[in-house]
Write a protein that binds this ligand. Structure first.
Ligand code: ZN
Ligand code: ZN
Length: 121
């Protein structure tokens, strides 16, 4: 019984039932999608500047969970998320400013983050 649940973050229909929903909401994919969804409403440049001063959270890196959640002083962002942010920042900056994004990325991002080839030049 009950209607099917639609997850906006994942753009996906889920079988009815609280248990399906609960286990879906705890899945890594859903959590990632949700974070990426909310990134749309934040200034990517600001996030990148924030993130670059943080070290990668070891707990998060290993298990994708951390008791400190969003209040953790270490970074929970994956390379994939950071690359998305860079892409967004690039677009924003290209539209607004005449700005050397490549230099900015090299300066501002921690060296352990691997850039896609299109950005690494
Ligand atoms: Zn979902
Ligand atoms: Zn953490």
């Amino acid at each position: 019984m009950g209607r099917k649940y639609y997850c906006d973050y994942c753009d996906k229909r889920l079988p009815a039932g609280l248990n399906h929903r609960k286990s879906h909401n705890q899945g890594i994919q859903h959590i990632n999608n949700k974070r990426i969804y909310y990134l749309q409403f934040q200034d990517p440049v600001e996030i990148l500047l924030n993130e670059r001063t943080k070290k990668i959270c070891n707990k998060w890196n290993q298990s994708h969970s951390c008791p400190f959640g969003d209040n953790c002083k270490y970074s929970h962002r994956s390379n994939y998320e950071l690359i998305q942010l860079i892409e967004q920042a690039k677009q924003n900056l290209n539209n607004q400013l005449n700005f050397d994004i490549h230099r900015w990325i090299q300066k501002k991002l921690p060296s352990e983050i691997l850039l896609p080839e299109s950005l690494a030049s």
